[in-house]
Design a protein. Structure first.
Length: 393
């Protein structure tokens, strides 16, 4: 599907619909009168098959306690197997209301108070909040920025695991915000370090369907034919892929039976939610019939990224755009054009944009901004042109 056709068919107005992204800016930015390029959701309707399945289920009228049907597992497993070669089994699957909620639960299942947990920064900021809010010790290994291409610092990771007695590592794959799709070789090297040092791994794979570069996505539980999966809990959801975040349904994939038993005991103790009926209806329909819609979305992301990259290169070449391999989030280095203490003013008050500033992802992100490209080309053009104009002024 052509980008223009996708936009015409699926673009939707979200302002004045109680959207966090559009109507919730005042809390964080002091004004709703900005162009929002921050929260990681989209301005597009879900696939038609999703809306049809939801309508059919809503019209039934009864929304009582419900089972997860076998058809859900069949659709999800087929999607993972055919697209990525990921083998899944029903007994491995648990459900949550969202990936961050599941990370918080797993932090309590897999570690004790004051245990050390490692993240690779800059990284999705709720990782740090979950660690510190649960009274664990945050350990940071910074990714190596090789002229805009980010790599893991394996020597630093091993050294800090040993010196800080790290018990758990939370990895983001594909990586938010730097847009890397880690290769199988990179992941194998990371997981081998963790196996040797007896460090468990949570793999957040919520962006795994959003691959726009040449690297193929490989799930953590499929690395080396599943060699490391007893050491790993994998998390994902249909929410980022198909714009279903508010329907609160995510997957917790635990191949290790001992970890599964501990997780089940914790969930039972706290009576944690196990997904959402409507969310499961939507996700099943998306996995079964959403492939064409996703192809359209990926085409749109590539188009928007190429526009952003070319306009900055032509007009303000000092602004460096990190190559986008996965996610729909552009990671933009502003450090050569504007000092960190003036960046917020330039973006918000001169360009009139709401963005995520790099420092929330860790100190290694200072001077960067993250821009959401899963929106209309019109919005991306407005945002890019506003930044260029503000910088030139």
């Amino acid at each position: 599907m052509k980008v223009a056709d996708f936009v015409e068919k699926y673009a939707v107005e979200r302002k004045h619909t109680d959207s966090v992204k559009w109507d919730g800016m005042k809390a964080g930015f002091g004004s709703n009168d900005l162009l929002p390029m921050w929260v990681a959701d989209t301005e597009f309707k879900a696939p038609e098959a999703v809306m049809y399945a939801l309508k059919k289920r809503i019209e039934h009228g009864a929304y009582g306690y419900s089972l997860t049907p076998d058809s859900y597992y069949e659709a999800y497993f087929k999607w993972q197997q055919e697209r990525y070669g990921t083998e899944l089994h029903k007994e491995w699957i648990r459900f949550g209301a969202g990936v961050v909620q599941s990370i918080s639960a797993l932090v309590n299942v897999l570690t004790l108070q004051d245990d050390a947990i490692m993240v690779l920064q800059p990284v999705y900021h709720p990782f740090m909040h979950v660690i510190e809010d649960n009274e664990r010790k945050l350990i940071v290994s910074n990714l190596k920025d090789n002229n805009g291409h980010y790599e893991m610092d394996f020597e630093d990771i091993r050294n800090k695991i040993q010196t800080e007695h790290v018990k758990l590592l939370i990895n983001c794959s594909p990586h938010n915000p730097v847009g890397r799709v880690w290769t199988a070789a990179e992941l194998e090297k990371l997981f081998e370090i963790c196996r040797e040092e007896k460090v468990l791994v949570i793999s957040d794979e919520i962006h795994h369907d959003l691959i726009v570069g040449d690297n193929k996505f490989v799930s953590a539980i499929a690395i080396k034919d599943g060699f490391y999966r007893d050491n790993i809990v994998m998390l994902d959801a249909a929410s980022k892929t198909f714009n279903l975040a508010a329907l609160q349904n995510s997957h917790v994939v635990i191949a290790n039976p001992q970890i599964r038993e501990r997780y089940d005991e914790y969930v039972k103790k706290l009576c944690l939610p196990s997904g959402n009926l409507i969310g499961k209806v939507a996700a099943e329909a998306a996995y079964r019939d959403g492939a064409d819609w996703l192809d359209g979305m990926l085409g749109l992301i590539k188009y928007n990224f190429n526009y952003l990259k070319s306009q900055f290169a032509e007009n303000v070449p000092e602004v460096k755009v990190t190559e986008l391999e996965g996610t729909y989030l552009a990671w933009v280095d502003m450090r050569k054009m504007v000092s960190a203490d003036k960046l917020h003013h330039l973006i918000q008050h001169e360009a009139r944009l709401a963005v995520d500033y790099g420092e929330i992802f860790g100190t290694a992100g200072e001077g960067f901004i993250r821009l959401n490209l899963a929106t209309t080309p019109e919005n991306v053009e407005k945002a890019v042109n506003a930044i260029v104009k503000a910088l030139k002024n």
